[in-house]
Design a protein around this ligand. Structure first.
Ligand SMILES: [Zn+2]
Length: 476
Protein backbone atom coordinates (compact mmCIF):
# COMPACT_ATOMS: atom_id res chain seq x y z
CA UNK A 1 0.00 0.00 0.00
CA UNK A 2 1.24 3.44 -0.83
CA UNK A 3 2.39 5.54 2.11
CA UNK A 4 0.01 8.42 1.48
CA UNK A 5 -3.05 6.20 1.64
CA UNK A 6 -5.00 6.16 4.86
CA UNK A 7 -5.87 2.85 6.51
CA UNK A 8 -9.61 3.01 5.71
CA UNK A 9 -11.18 2.43 2.31
CA UNK A 10 -14.86 2.91 1.46
CA UNK A 11 -16.02 -0.31 -0.22
CA UNK A 12 -19.36 -1.37 -1.66
CA UNK A 13 -20.17 -3.83 1.16
CA UNK A 14 -23.01 -2.30 3.21
CA UNK A 15 -21.62 -3.38 6.58
CA UNK A 16 -18.08 -2.20 5.87
CA UNK A 17 -19.36 0.95 4.20
CA UNK A 18 -21.52 2.02 7.12
CA UNK A 19 -18.65 1.25 9.49
CA UNK A 20 -16.16 3.21 7.40
CA UNK A 21 -18.43 6.25 7.46
CA UNK A 22 -18.82 5.86 11.22
CA UNK A 23 -15.02 5.78 11.59
CA UNK A 24 -14.78 8.99 9.54
CA UNK A 25 -17.42 10.72 11.69
CA UNK A 26 -15.87 9.47 14.95
CA UNK A 27 -12.48 10.72 13.72
CA UNK A 28 -13.94 14.10 12.76
CA UNK A 29 -13.00 13.62 9.11
CA UNK A 30 -15.03 14.43 6.02
CA UNK A 31 -14.66 11.00 4.42
CA UNK A 32 -13.22 7.56 5.27
CA UNK A 33 -10.22 8.10 2.96
CA UNK A 34 -9.17 11.11 5.03
CA UNK A 35 -8.77 9.06 8.21
CA UNK A 36 -5.09 8.81 9.24
CA UNK A 37 -3.40 6.01 11.20
CA UNK A 38 -3.40 8.22 14.28
CA UNK A 39 -7.12 8.91 13.80
CA UNK A 40 -7.82 5.21 13.52
CA UNK A 41 -5.89 4.48 16.73
CA UNK A 42 -8.06 7.03 18.54
CA UNK A 43 -11.22 5.48 17.16
CA UNK A 44 -10.00 2.05 18.29
CA UNK A 45 -9.46 3.44 21.80
CA UNK A 46 -13.01 4.71 21.89
CA UNK A 47 -14.59 1.55 20.49
CA UNK A 48 -12.65 -0.60 22.96
CA UNK A 49 -13.71 1.56 25.92
CA UNK A 50 -17.36 1.46 24.89
CA UNK A 51 -17.28 -2.29 24.30
CA UNK A 52 -15.65 -2.94 27.70
CA UNK A 53 -18.06 -0.62 29.54
CA UNK A 54 -21.02 -2.40 27.92
CA UNK A 55 -19.60 -5.86 28.61
CA UNK A 56 -19.27 -5.25 32.36
CA UNK A 57 -22.51 -3.24 32.77
CA UNK A 58 -25.16 -4.56 35.15
CA UNK A 59 -28.27 -5.98 33.47
CA UNK A 60 -30.60 -3.29 34.80
CA UNK A 61 -28.46 -0.31 33.89
CA UNK A 62 -28.84 1.91 30.80
CA UNK A 63 -25.23 1.01 29.87
CA UNK A 64 -26.41 -2.56 29.29
CA UNK A 65 -28.35 -1.39 26.22
CA UNK A 66 -25.14 -1.02 24.24
CA UNK A 67 -24.26 -4.59 25.15
CA UNK A 68 -27.59 -5.69 23.60
CA UNK A 69 -26.65 -3.84 20.44
CA UNK A 70 -23.24 -5.55 20.34
CA UNK A 71 -24.82 -8.91 21.10
CA UNK A 72 -27.22 -8.60 18.17
CA UNK A 73 -24.30 -8.14 15.78
CA UNK A 74 -21.39 -10.11 17.31
CA UNK A 75 -23.11 -12.77 19.43
CA UNK A 76 -20.14 -15.04 20.00
CA UNK A 77 -17.33 -12.54 20.42
CA UNK A 78 -15.16 -12.31 23.51
CA UNK A 79 -16.95 -9.14 24.56
CA UNK A 80 -20.48 -10.47 24.24
CA UNK A 81 -20.20 -14.13 25.16
CA UNK A 82 -22.00 -15.17 28.32
CA UNK A 83 -18.72 -16.49 29.74
CA UNK A 84 -16.90 -13.18 29.19
CA UNK A 85 -14.84 -11.74 32.01
CA UNK A 86 -16.63 -9.03 34.00
CA UNK A 87 -13.29 -7.47 34.84
CA UNK A 88 -12.41 -4.58 32.51
CA UNK A 89 -8.67 -5.03 32.94
CA UNK A 90 -8.93 -8.64 31.80
CA UNK A 91 -11.35 -7.84 29.00
CA UNK A 92 -9.57 -4.81 27.56
CA UNK A 93 -6.46 -6.54 26.12
CA UNK A 94 -8.68 -9.23 24.59
CA UNK A 95 -10.86 -6.65 22.85
CA UNK A 96 -7.83 -4.55 21.89
CA UNK A 97 -6.37 -7.65 20.28
CA UNK A 98 -9.16 -7.60 17.71
CA UNK A 99 -8.01 -4.25 16.44
CA UNK A 100 -4.22 -4.66 16.29
CA UNK A 101 -2.70 -3.19 13.11
CA UNK A 102 -1.73 -5.77 10.49
CA UNK A 103 1.74 -7.19 10.80
CA UNK A 104 3.36 -7.88 7.46
CA UNK A 105 6.54 -9.38 8.91
CA UNK A 106 5.50 -11.97 11.52
CA UNK A 107 3.84 -14.57 9.33
CA UNK A 108 4.40 -13.61 5.73
CA UNK A 109 2.78 -16.82 4.53
CA UNK A 110 -0.46 -15.87 6.24
CA UNK A 111 -1.05 -12.60 4.45
CA UNK A 112 -4.09 -12.29 2.24
CA UNK A 113 -6.02 -9.68 0.40
CA UNK A 114 -8.73 -8.13 2.62
CA UNK A 115 -12.22 -9.52 1.90
CA UNK A 116 -13.59 -6.00 1.73
CA UNK A 117 -10.98 -3.66 0.32
CA UNK A 118 -8.29 -5.95 -1.06
CA UNK A 119 -5.39 -4.45 0.86
CA UNK A 120 -3.01 -6.83 2.65
CA UNK A 121 -4.35 -8.34 5.86
CA UNK A 122 -2.58 -10.56 8.40
CA UNK A 123 -5.72 -11.45 10.36
CA UNK A 124 -8.49 -13.86 9.49
CA UNK A 125 -11.91 -13.28 11.03
CA UNK A 126 -14.99 -15.48 11.30
CA UNK A 127 -18.64 -14.62 11.74
CA UNK A 128 -18.27 -14.38 15.50
CA UNK A 129 -16.85 -10.92 14.99
CA UNK A 130 -18.29 -10.05 11.57
CA UNK A 131 -21.97 -9.10 11.22
CA UNK A 132 -23.96 -10.78 8.45
CA UNK A 133 -21.38 -13.38 7.53
CA UNK A 134 -21.89 -17.08 7.00
CA UNK A 135 -25.56 -17.12 7.81
CA UNK A 136 -28.48 -18.36 5.76
CA UNK A 137 -29.06 -14.80 4.65
CA UNK A 138 -25.40 -13.96 4.34
CA UNK A 139 -24.18 -11.24 2.10
CA UNK A 140 -21.04 -13.33 1.63
CA UNK A 141 -20.02 -16.95 1.75
CA UNK A 142 -16.69 -18.24 2.87
CA UNK A 143 -14.07 -18.78 0.17
CA UNK A 144 -12.85 -22.39 0.04
CA UNK A 145 -9.83 -23.55 2.08
CA UNK A 146 -9.68 -20.43 4.23
CA UNK A 147 -10.31 -20.54 7.96
CA UNK A 148 -12.22 -17.29 7.84
CA UNK A 149 -12.24 -13.98 6.02
CA UNK A 150 -9.02 -11.99 5.83
CA UNK A 151 -9.86 -8.53 7.12
CA UNK A 152 -7.42 -5.62 7.21
CA UNK A 153 -6.98 -3.28 10.18
CA UNK A 154 -9.15 -0.49 8.78
CA UNK A 155 -11.96 -2.86 7.85
CA UNK A 156 -11.82 -4.63 11.22
CA UNK A 157 -12.31 -1.31 12.98
CA UNK A 158 -15.05 -0.45 10.48
CA UNK A 159 -16.83 -3.74 11.24
CA UNK A 160 -17.03 -2.77 14.90
CA UNK A 161 -17.73 0.90 14.26
CA UNK A 162 -20.83 -0.35 12.43
CA UNK A 163 -23.20 0.11 15.41
CA UNK A 164 -22.19 3.78 15.58
CA UNK A 165 -23.04 4.36 11.92
CA UNK A 166 -26.25 2.33 11.93
CA UNK A 167 -29.78 2.82 13.22
CA UNK A 168 -29.54 0.28 15.99
CA UNK A 169 -32.14 -1.32 18.20
CA UNK A 170 -31.59 -3.91 20.88
CA UNK A 171 -31.91 -6.57 18.17
CA UNK A 172 -31.12 -5.14 14.75
CA UNK A 173 -29.10 -2.64 12.78
CA UNK A 174 -30.08 -0.59 9.72
CA UNK A 175 -27.48 0.91 7.43
CA UNK A 176 -27.69 3.10 4.36
CA UNK A 177 -25.95 2.82 1.03
CA UNK A 178 -26.44 5.60 -1.48
CA UNK A 179 -24.75 6.62 -4.70
CA UNK A 180 -24.44 10.08 -3.26
CA UNK A 181 -21.77 10.11 -0.51
CA UNK A 182 -23.09 13.30 1.10
CA UNK A 183 -26.31 11.47 2.00
CA UNK A 184 -24.31 8.66 3.61
CA UNK A 185 -22.28 11.20 5.54
CA UNK A 186 -25.42 12.93 6.88
CA UNK A 187 -26.89 9.57 7.86
CA UNK A 188 -23.68 8.42 9.61
CA UNK A 189 -23.37 11.71 11.51
CA UNK A 190 -26.91 11.38 12.84
CA UNK A 191 -26.43 7.77 13.80
CA UNK A 192 -23.17 8.44 15.63
CA UNK A 193 -24.97 11.11 17.62
CA UNK A 194 -27.75 8.68 18.38
CA UNK A 195 -25.30 5.93 19.37
CA UNK A 196 -23.65 8.32 21.82
CA UNK A 197 -26.99 8.84 23.51
CA UNK A 198 -27.62 5.09 23.73
CA UNK A 199 -24.15 4.48 25.16
CA UNK A 200 -24.56 7.21 27.76
CA UNK A 201 -28.17 6.81 28.76
CA UNK A 202 -29.73 3.80 27.03
CA UNK A 203 -32.57 3.50 24.54
CA UNK A 204 -35.05 5.06 26.95
CA UNK A 205 -33.28 8.41 26.48
CA UNK A 206 -34.01 8.57 22.75
CA UNK A 207 -36.85 10.51 21.15
CA UNK A 208 -39.33 8.28 19.32
CA UNK A 209 -38.64 10.12 16.08
CA UNK A 210 -36.11 10.36 13.26
CA UNK A 211 -36.28 6.76 12.14
CA UNK A 212 -33.85 5.79 9.40
CA UNK A 213 -36.32 6.42 6.58
CA UNK A 214 -36.90 10.00 7.64
CA UNK A 215 -33.21 10.65 8.21
CA UNK A 216 -32.59 9.44 4.65
CA UNK A 217 -35.53 11.46 3.30
CA UNK A 218 -34.10 14.58 4.92
CA UNK A 219 -30.71 13.84 3.36
CA UNK A 220 -32.29 13.21 -0.07
CA UNK A 221 -34.26 16.45 0.10
CA UNK A 222 -30.99 18.27 0.66
CA UNK A 223 -29.52 16.73 -2.47
CA UNK A 224 -32.04 18.65 -4.55
CA UNK A 225 -33.38 17.82 -8.01
CA UNK A 226 -30.04 17.56 -9.80
CA UNK A 227 -28.70 14.42 -8.13
CA UNK A 228 -31.00 11.47 -8.67
CA UNK A 229 -29.77 8.55 -6.59
CA UNK A 230 -31.14 5.40 -5.07
CA UNK A 231 -30.93 5.08 -1.31
CA UNK A 232 -30.94 1.53 0.02
CA UNK A 233 -31.62 0.61 3.64
CA UNK A 234 -30.28 -2.75 4.84
CA UNK A 235 -31.75 -3.97 8.12
CA UNK A 236 -30.29 -7.06 9.69
CA UNK A 237 -29.86 -9.13 12.77
CA UNK A 238 -26.90 -11.41 13.24
CA UNK A 239 -27.65 -13.24 16.46
CA UNK A 240 -27.37 -16.95 17.19
CA UNK A 241 -31.00 -17.80 16.56
CA UNK A 242 -32.39 -16.37 13.38
CA UNK A 243 -30.28 -14.01 11.38
CA UNK A 244 -32.29 -12.03 8.84
CA UNK A 245 -31.84 -9.30 6.28
CA UNK A 246 -34.45 -6.90 4.90
CA UNK A 247 -33.76 -4.48 2.10
CA UNK A 248 -35.80 -1.44 1.09
CA UNK A 249 -34.93 1.21 -1.45
CA UNK A 250 -36.08 4.53 -2.80
CA UNK A 251 -36.61 5.12 -6.49
CA UNK A 252 -33.94 7.19 -8.19
CA UNK A 253 -36.19 10.20 -8.69
CA UNK A 254 -37.07 10.52 -5.00
CA UNK A 255 -34.73 13.44 -4.37
CA UNK A 256 -36.28 15.30 -7.31
CA UNK A 257 -39.78 14.51 -6.05
CA UNK A 258 -38.93 15.89 -2.61
CA UNK A 259 -37.49 19.04 -4.17
CA UNK A 260 -40.66 19.52 -6.23
CA UNK A 261 -42.90 18.97 -3.20
CA UNK A 262 -40.89 21.41 -1.15
CA UNK A 263 -40.97 23.97 -3.96
CA UNK A 264 -44.73 23.97 -4.58
CA UNK A 265 -46.88 25.34 -1.81
CA UNK A 266 -50.14 23.41 -2.41
CA UNK A 267 -48.30 20.11 -2.79
CA UNK A 268 -46.36 20.83 0.38
CA UNK A 269 -49.68 21.21 2.16
CA UNK A 270 -50.69 17.82 0.74
CA UNK A 271 -47.54 16.28 2.24
CA UNK A 272 -48.35 17.69 5.68
CA UNK A 273 -51.99 16.60 5.43
CA UNK A 274 -50.86 13.07 4.66
CA UNK A 275 -48.57 13.20 7.71
CA UNK A 276 -51.51 14.27 9.82
CA UNK A 277 -53.77 11.62 8.33
CA UNK A 278 -51.29 8.84 9.03
CA UNK A 279 -50.73 9.91 12.62
CA UNK A 280 -52.45 7.49 14.95
CA UNK A 281 -53.32 8.48 18.49
CA UNK A 282 -54.69 6.36 21.29
CA UNK A 283 -57.73 7.28 23.38
CA UNK A 284 -55.88 9.75 25.56
CA UNK A 285 -54.22 11.43 22.60
CA UNK A 286 -50.77 9.90 22.84
CA UNK A 287 -49.18 9.42 19.43
CA UNK A 288 -48.98 5.72 18.64
CA UNK A 289 -47.87 6.07 15.01
CA UNK A 290 -45.92 9.14 14.05
CA UNK A 291 -47.24 10.40 10.69
CA UNK A 292 -43.97 12.10 9.75
CA UNK A 293 -42.12 8.84 10.04
CA UNK A 294 -44.91 7.01 8.25
CA UNK A 295 -44.83 9.31 5.21
CA UNK A 296 -41.04 9.09 4.97
CA UNK A 297 -41.35 5.30 5.03
CA UNK A 298 -43.64 5.47 1.97
CA UNK A 299 -40.67 6.65 -0.08
CA UNK A 300 -39.11 3.21 0.32
CA UNK A 301 -40.07 0.03 -1.49
CA UNK A 302 -39.35 -3.40 -0.04
CA UNK A 303 -37.63 -5.96 -2.24
CA UNK A 304 -40.47 -8.42 -1.64
CA UNK A 305 -42.99 -5.92 -2.97
CA UNK A 306 -44.85 -5.92 0.34
CA UNK A 307 -44.51 -2.20 1.02
CA UNK A 308 -47.27 0.38 0.78
CA UNK A 309 -46.95 3.03 -1.88
CA UNK A 310 -47.40 6.71 -1.29
CA UNK A 311 -50.01 6.81 -4.02
CA UNK A 312 -52.17 4.12 -2.45
CA UNK A 313 -51.93 5.80 0.94
CA UNK A 314 -53.06 9.14 -0.48
CA UNK A 315 -55.93 7.35 -2.18
CA UNK A 316 -56.78 5.57 1.04
CA UNK A 317 -56.98 8.76 3.10
CA UNK A 318 -58.86 10.62 0.34
CA UNK A 319 -61.34 7.84 -0.21
CA UNK A 320 -61.69 6.44 3.28
CA UNK A 321 -62.06 9.77 5.04
CA UNK A 322 -63.90 11.92 2.53
CA UNK A 323 -65.81 13.67 5.29
CA UNK A 324 -62.61 14.79 7.00
CA UNK A 325 -61.36 16.89 4.14
CA UNK A 326 -62.36 20.34 3.06
CA UNK A 327 -62.23 21.15 -0.70
CA UNK A 328 -58.81 22.81 -0.38
CA UNK A 329 -57.43 19.88 1.54
CA UNK A 330 -58.70 17.47 -1.10
CA UNK A 331 -57.01 19.49 -3.80
CA UNK A 332 -53.76 19.51 -1.88
CA UNK A 333 -53.78 15.74 -1.39
CA UNK A 334 -54.68 15.16 -5.04
CA UNK A 335 -51.80 17.44 -6.04
CA UNK A 336 -49.42 15.32 -3.99
CA UNK A 337 -50.63 12.14 -5.69
CA UNK A 338 -50.16 13.59 -9.16
CA UNK A 339 -46.72 14.94 -8.33
CA UNK A 340 -45.66 11.51 -7.06
CA UNK A 341 -47.02 9.76 -10.16
CA UNK A 342 -45.21 12.14 -12.47
CA UNK A 343 -41.89 12.56 -10.68
CA UNK A 344 -41.36 9.15 -9.11
CA UNK A 345 -43.32 6.73 -11.31
CA UNK A 346 -42.74 8.65 -14.53
CA UNK A 347 -46.47 8.61 -15.37
CA UNK A 348 -48.17 11.23 -17.50
CA UNK A 349 -51.82 10.53 -16.79
CA UNK A 350 -54.31 12.10 -19.17
CA UNK A 351 -57.40 11.86 -17.01
CA UNK A 352 -58.95 15.31 -17.31
CA UNK A 353 -61.66 14.27 -19.78
CA UNK A 354 -62.78 11.21 -17.79
CA UNK A 355 -62.63 13.13 -14.51
CA UNK A 356 -64.74 15.87 -16.08
CA UNK A 357 -67.30 13.31 -17.25
CA UNK A 358 -67.59 11.91 -13.73
CA UNK A 359 -67.68 15.34 -12.10
CA UNK A 360 -70.41 16.47 -14.54
CA UNK A 361 -72.45 13.39 -13.77
CA UNK A 362 -72.02 13.84 -10.02
CA UNK A 363 -72.85 17.55 -10.21
CA UNK A 364 -75.81 17.35 -12.61
CA UNK A 365 -78.52 14.77 -13.12
CA UNK A 366 -81.44 13.69 -11.08
CA UNK A 367 -80.10 12.12 -7.89
CA UNK A 368 -78.15 14.01 -5.22
CA UNK A 369 -74.48 14.80 -5.78
CA UNK A 370 -73.54 13.16 -2.54
CA UNK A 371 -75.35 9.94 -3.49
CA UNK A 372 -73.74 9.78 -6.91
CA UNK A 373 -70.35 10.50 -5.49
CA UNK A 374 -70.83 7.63 -3.05
CA UNK A 375 -71.74 5.41 -5.98
CA UNK A 376 -68.54 6.31 -7.83
CA UNK A 377 -66.43 6.00 -4.70
CA UNK A 378 -67.63 2.43 -4.21
CA UNK A 379 -66.45 1.29 -7.66
CA UNK A 380 -63.47 3.61 -8.15
CA UNK A 381 -60.89 0.79 -8.20
CA UNK A 382 -63.04 -1.93 -9.74
CA UNK A 383 -62.32 -2.52 -13.41
CA UNK A 384 -65.69 -3.86 -14.52
CA UNK A 385 -67.93 -1.76 -12.29
CA UNK A 386 -66.06 1.44 -13.07
CA UNK A 387 -66.47 0.73 -16.78
CA UNK A 388 -70.20 0.22 -16.30
CA UNK A 389 -70.50 3.43 -14.29
CA UNK A 390 -68.70 5.43 -16.96
CA UNK A 391 -71.12 4.09 -19.60
CA UNK A 392 -74.04 4.97 -17.40
CA UNK A 393 -72.71 8.47 -16.71
CA UNK A 394 -72.17 9.09 -20.40
CA UNK A 395 -75.69 8.02 -21.38
CA UNK A 396 -77.26 9.93 -18.50
CA UNK A 397 -75.55 13.16 -19.52
CA UNK A 398 -76.55 12.64 -23.16
CA UNK A 399 -80.17 11.98 -22.23
CA UNK A 400 -80.21 15.09 -20.07
CA UNK A 401 -78.95 17.20 -22.94
CA UNK A 402 -75.33 17.66 -21.82
CA UNK A 403 -72.32 16.91 -23.96
CA UNK A 404 -70.30 14.20 -22.25
CA UNK A 405 -66.65 15.20 -21.87
CA UNK A 406 -65.34 11.73 -22.57
CA UNK A 407 -66.12 8.55 -24.48
CA UNK A 408 -64.80 4.98 -24.33
CA UNK A 409 -61.51 5.96 -26.01
CA UNK A 410 -60.76 8.33 -23.16
CA UNK A 411 -61.47 5.89 -20.39
CA UNK A 412 -59.42 3.08 -21.90
CA UNK A 413 -56.55 4.24 -19.63
CA UNK A 414 -58.45 3.28 -16.47
CA UNK A 415 -60.13 0.09 -17.71
CA UNK A 416 -58.72 -3.33 -18.57
CA UNK A 417 -55.37 -4.96 -18.02
CA UNK A 418 -52.57 -2.55 -18.69
CA UNK A 419 -49.50 -1.36 -16.86
CA UNK A 420 -50.20 0.99 -13.97
CA UNK A 421 -53.98 0.83 -14.50
CA UNK A 422 -54.41 0.56 -10.74
CA UNK A 423 -52.46 3.77 -10.24
CA UNK A 424 -54.48 5.40 -13.02
CA UNK A 425 -57.73 4.62 -11.19
CA UNK A 426 -56.41 6.03 -7.94
CA UNK A 427 -55.31 9.17 -9.76
CA UNK A 428 -58.68 9.40 -11.46
CA UNK A 429 -60.30 9.44 -8.06
CA UNK A 430 -57.95 12.22 -6.97
CA UNK A 431 -58.73 14.14 -10.17
CA UNK A 432 -62.49 13.81 -9.61
CA UNK A 433 -62.05 15.06 -6.04
CA UNK A 434 -60.02 17.97 -7.38
CA UNK A 435 -62.66 18.96 -9.93
CA UNK A 436 -65.51 18.70 -7.44
CA UNK A 437 -63.54 20.87 -5.02
CA UNK A 438 -62.94 23.47 -7.72
CA UNK A 439 -66.63 23.52 -8.67
CA UNK A 440 -67.74 23.79 -5.08
CA UNK A 441 -69.76 20.56 -5.26
CA UNK A 442 -70.30 19.34 -1.72
CA UNK A 443 -69.53 15.70 -1.21
CA UNK A 444 -68.64 15.91 2.47
CA UNK A 445 -69.80 17.66 5.60
CA UNK A 446 -66.64 19.50 6.47
CA UNK A 447 -66.50 23.19 5.61
CA UNK A 448 -64.75 24.74 8.62
CA UNK A 449 -64.65 28.51 8.76
CA UNK A 450 -60.94 28.72 9.41
CA UNK A 451 -60.06 26.24 6.69
CA UNK A 452 -57.99 28.67 4.67
CA UNK A 453 -55.94 29.62 7.71
CA UNK A 454 -55.15 25.98 8.34
CA UNK A 455 -54.04 25.37 4.79
CA UNK A 456 -51.98 28.55 4.85
CA UNK A 457 -50.16 27.35 7.92
CA UNK A 458 -49.39 24.02 6.27
CA UNK A 459 -48.27 25.68 3.07
CA UNK A 460 -45.70 27.72 4.97
CA UNK A 461 -43.98 24.74 6.54
CA UNK A 462 -41.10 23.21 4.62
CA UNK A 463 -41.21 19.41 4.49
CA UNK A 464 -38.87 17.06 6.35
CA UNK A 465 -37.73 19.51 8.98
CA UNK A 466 -36.03 18.15 12.07
CA UNK A 467 -38.25 17.84 15.13
CA UNK A 468 -37.35 19.74 18.26
CA UNK A 469 -36.03 16.64 19.93
CA UNK A 470 -34.33 15.34 16.81
CA UNK A 471 -30.62 15.71 16.62
CA UNK A 472 -28.95 18.96 15.80
CA UNK A 473 -28.20 19.66 12.17
CA UNK A 474 -24.74 18.59 11.14
CA UNK A 475 -23.57 17.76 14.65
CA UNK A 476 -21.62 14.57 15.15
ZN1 LIG B 1 -9.93 -3.95 4.23
Amino acid sequence: MAEHMGPVTLTTHPVQRAGAWAVAVLAGRGAPEEVSRADLEKVVGRVVEDVCAAAVAGKDTPAYDWWKVLFSQYPNSKATHSKRSRNRDVLRPEVEGLFAPDSMTDVPSAVYGCTFCGRLASVVWTKTVLPMFDTSKALNTLPPRVAGWPVCWGCRVAAWALPYGAWVTAGSATVLTCEEPSAERVFAARMVQRAQRVIQAGFASLPATAHPERVVAMALRRLGPGLPSTAVLWTFKNDNQEPWLRVTRTRRATSRFLAVVDGRAPVRAGWHLLEEALTVRDRVGTVVTNGREAVARLLFEAEDGQSRSLLSQVYRVLEGRTDDWSPHEREALAGLAFTYAKEVLGMEPKLTAVATLLADWIEHGSASSRGKFAEYRKVALNDYQLGALLMQAQSRLLLDGHTPAAGPDDWAAVIGQRPRVWEQRMLLFAAVMQQLAQRGVAVSQKVPADEDDQIEQLVKQPILQADEDDFEEGAA
